[in-house]
Design a protein around this ligand. Structure first.
Ligand SMILES: [Zn+2]
Length: 166
């Protein structure tokens, strides 16, 4: 389970060459309570039930369609990062670390997982996951995250609060 991700990385192709991302179970990297994680063109999930949910995706109910849409938006974002998974993940980690180190205590107290939820990539994916036409409109790459990346963490937090009516 731990090393099952190596062949996925090894055999990965450029994001623009991927039409769909199949979901695969990996209980080592994905613990219970998590839904899915985009990993070099696959969606890692903690259970078969969750994998089925992703794999029915757009053909399933609204919730699984939105979940699948969320992960597919990450694929489009990777396309916009020089069409490179490595670039996407390095930038993702950079934004996460920055938010982790710079988010004040007040924000952290109001928002659990602030470093994750205020990550520009996640803000776009969460903001657009219920819009099932979004992927079609950004076939050559999703770029809204760049707008969030230009905002300060405080601005992003205010945006998050407004859209979640906190
Ligand atoms: Zn996400």
């Amino acid at each position: 389970m731990m090393f099952q991700v190596v062949p996925i990385m090894w055999r990965s192709v450029r994001p623009s060459r991927i039409a769909d991302m199949p979901a695969v179970v990996n209980t080592f990297w994905l613990r219970k309570g998590y839904e899915g994680l985009t990993f070099f063109g696959r969606i890692l999930t903690p259970s078969q039930e969750m994998a089925d949910c992703f794999n029915t995706g757009a053909k399933g109910d609204r919730v699984s369609a939105a979940m699948k849409n969320h992960e597919m938006i990450h694929l489009r974002q990777a396309q916009a990062c020089h069409d490179s998974w490595t670039c996407f993940y390095l930038l993702y980690i950079w934004y996460w670390l920055k938010a982790r180190c710079l988010t004040g205590r007040k924000v952290r107290r109001q928002l659990r997982h602030a470093a994750y939820l205020l990550n520009p990539f996640e803000m776009e994916a969460y903001g657009r996951m219920n819009d099932l036409g979004y992927l079609k409109r950004c076939e050559d790459g999703a770029r809204e995250w760049r707008e969030y990346a230009r905002m300060s963490l405080q601005e992003r937090f205010l945006r998050y609060k407004a859209s979640h009516k906190l």
